[in-house]
Write a protein that binds this ligand. Structure first.
Ligand SMILES: [Fe+2]
Ligand SMILES: [Fe+2]
Length: 354
């Protein structure tokens, strides 16, 4: 059993012993599977360390291999990974040339690179590929490639023309380029940001727009850098714009951007299951996002996980058999001994795809 500090806990870990607070009241019983909400609460109870059961390692061969293990050992994933990683280096060089030497952006090269990575995922879900790339670097370059790939999928789902698809993919690729002008000490700071630091981070939107303003690019790409943190209800930054004032492509990049940030392994927590992502979008308020685009996006996301095996927050395993249109994050699950409608058991969530 490992003693893990609360900051290092990751959803999905299993508690090894009963946990009591200072007044000797039981806070968490043994064997609870941690969720983000539970981890956040532990700090409120002044609990600093938790004993975690060590996961039993599954054999790496045979039918017991998890979904992610199977995917990772597939040829298409290996090719995707290879292409992905080599492209991150290309993006890194390209971005640095643009930001430090003010060189013209090689749009064709960037689009071609994204298209090659995309083609490697053909036939398999790009999201599955991305979820299994999570252990790799969490840099701005990786995030940029992720967001451009997600934008490519969105464009497909929305039946965009070739021209609009290219614009959206490029907008996703370049949306955070302003982060290269923010000191690494702030971008990569592991703890909570101070008010001042957060204010500096927010300037990556205007800085990005400034960097792109002199480049030959569609205006929508420049606006996406400026407006991807604006929210349709006017709660975003830098200008608190509302729906109609936010460029259409920026509204799409916002969705891809938030999705990638939520599902990637950040300093505080492990990656989230796509169903918790949908739930988080729902909780955060769908009114923040373009109403048409967010529904298309979330519906497709959950549909891609139909028929997958999942681990539930209560430790049970089952298969997603039916998506609830009115509660996308709460599908019907087939368990070994019958069905479980998550829409009627709101306390149980899907922890991960297995
Ligand atoms: Fe951003
Ligand atoms: Fe971003």
């Amino acid at each position: 059993m490992n003693l893990v500090s609360v900051q290092d806990l990751i959803p999905g870990m299993r508690v090894g012993v009963d946990i009591y607070n200072l007044h000797n009241q039981l806070v968490l019983p043994k064997d609870t599977v941690l969720t983000k909400e539970i981890i956040d609460k532990l700090a409120d109870y002044s609990i600093r360390y938790v004993r975690i059961s060590e996961e039993k390692k599954q054999p790496a061969t045979g039918i017991n291999r998890s979904y992610s293990q199977r995917l990772k050992s597939s040829r298409s994933f290996q090719e995707f990974k290879h292409e992905f990683i080599s492209n991150v280096y290309v993006i890194k060089d390209e971005f640095n040339d643009v930001v430090t030497k003010n060189m013209p952006i090689n749009v064709d090269k960037l689009l071609e690179k994204t298209a090659t990575v995309f083609s490697k995922a053909d036939g398999t879900n790009v999201f599955d590929m991305l979820h299994n790339m999570r252990e790799y670097d969490d840099s701005t370059y990786v995030h940029s490639l992720n967001v451009s790939l997600i934008c490519g999928v969105l464009a497909k789902w929305l039946n965009f023309s070739k021209e609009d698809t290219d614009t959206l993919v490029l907008a996703g690729m370049l949306h955070d380029i302003g982060k290269l002008s923010i000191p690494d000490s702030i971008i990569k700071k592991p703890g909570k940001l101070s008010k001042e630091e957060y204010a500096i981070i927010k300037t990556h939107t205007t800085k990005g727009y400034d960097i792109l303003s002199t480049q030959t690019l569609p205006d929508a790409v420049k606006y996406a850098a400026l407006m991807h943190h604006e929210r349709c209800d006017g709660t975003g930054y830098p200008h608190r714009l509302k729906y109609e004032k936010i460029d259409r492509f920026a509204r799409l990049v916002a969705i891809a951007d938030v999705y990638d940030a939520m599902t990637s392994a950040r300093v505080y927590r492990g990656p989230m299951s796509p169903f918790s992502v949908v739930e988080t979008f729902e909780k955060e308020g769908l009114q923040k996002y373009d109403p048409e685009y967010i529904l298309v996006f979330l519906e497709h996301i959950v549909n891609t996980y139909l028929n997958n095996r999942v681990l539930l927050s209560d430790g049970r395993k089952g298969e997603v058999v039916l998506i609830n249109k009115t509660a996308l994050s709460k599908p019907l699950i087939q368990l070994e001994d019958g069905f479980l409608d998550l829409a009627k058991h709101k306390d149980i969530t899907i922890e991960k795809i297995i």
